[in-house]
Design a protein around this ligand. Structure first.
Ligand SMILES: [Mg+2]
Length: 319
């Protein structure tokens, strides 16, 4: 299959910006309901959370300004920065960026990611370090820290599965994490480069390649009429990679616009900044930047940085 870099029937740059801005917008608005149950969301936002300046100023959230994204987009930008500087995807450089970001004592970093990046010689052999932490978890931990940053890999021209796999493994070794990253990155890739949605059988097939526990979450996402049916706010599974993946996949089959997906995921509670960052990167790939209501773009705190990153990545991938 040929890549459509010229004379495309759709706008590649629009798709690139859709992914990057989509991710940051989901992250920044999702912060408003992060760690809340669905009932708490209804209590604090009886009219629904729709704008950054509505975000509850409790002890957790007051640390961020309105329109500011969190660790999810920070880590996505660590990958983007390495891509731009290398004009390639170099795992060691990505790992170095993760470590450098970690040294800045980032707000909102996930516990699991923290445990991996805290290893003093992490950058010497990051995949081994990550595997060690996973083994210490009894091979049980499958947090969404890999998935939350993977969207940008879907913009790359080729070998997306391979890069998504390896960049996930820089911190998250569990096959459910790796499979989630590959599914999301390939979905993004197909929208961005072919303006085409991967069919459900293909997604299931990718999942089964990595772990048989993935498919039930994909099927649940396809079948759930309401996003609440996915129980994203289940405390025992908050931050689970397959919960986050199911929120994004649910949007593919149940919403008809970027805005509809953003508001559905954000107002479902749970690990909402991550769920919405992932879902909205995918919706940005599907519907494009121009489909995003301008309010959400204009009021992102660091929108100029995102525009710069989008431009540079577009230049590299379209060259
Ligand atoms: Mg976060």
């Amino acid at each position: 299959m040929e890549y459509r870099t010229n004379n495309t029937s759709f706008d590649l740059y629009d798709k690139v910006r859709g992914v990057i801005f989509g991710q940051a917008i989901g992250d920044a608005l999702g912060l408003g309901t992060e760690f809340m149950s669905y009932n708490e969301v209804l209590k604090y936002y009886p009219q629904k959370l729709t704008s950054y300046n509505q975000i509850l100023q409790d002890r957790h959230r007051i640390r961020w300004k309105a329109g500011e994204w969190t660790d999810d987009t920070d880590m996505m930008l660590c990958i983007a920065d390495a891509m731009i500087k290398d004009k390639d995807i170099c795992l060691n450089h990505v790992a170095q960026n993760f470590k450098q970001w970690f040294r800045g004592i980032p707000m909102g970093i996930g516990q699991y990611t923290n445990n991996v990046l805290a290893i003093s010689d992490y950058t010497k052999d990051p995949i081994r370090a990550a595997s060690l932490v996973w083994k210490l978890s009894g091979e049980k931990s499958a947090a969404n820290g890999g998935l939350m940053r993977t969207s940008v890999i879907g913009l790359w021209k080729k070998d997306v599965s391979l890069y998504a796999e390896n960049i996930c493994k820089l911190t998250h070794a569990d096959p459910r994490c790796v499979g989630s990253c590959v599914i999301l990155s390939e979905l993004v890739h197909s929208f961005v480069w072919y303006d085409k949605e991967l069919d459900f059988e293909t997604i299931i097939k990718i999942g089964n390649k990595y772990d048989e526990r993935i498919a039930p979450y994909l099927i649940a996402a396809m079948e759930a009429e309401q996003i609440q049916d996915l129980n994203l706010d289940d405390e025992s599974a908050m931050g689970y990679t397959l919960k986050t993946l199911s929120a994004a996949v649910w949007c593919l089959y149940h919403v008809e616009s970027f805005l509809e997906g953003l508001l559905a995921v954000v107002n479902a509670g749970g690990d909402a900044d991550t769920n919405a960052a992932v879902a909205c990167s995918l919706l940005g790939a599907k519907y494009g930047y121009k489909s995003i209501p301008p309010y959400y773009i204009e009021n992102l705190l660091d929108k100029n940085l995102l525009m710069n990153v989008s431009k540079k990545i577009y230049e590299i991938i379209s060259a």
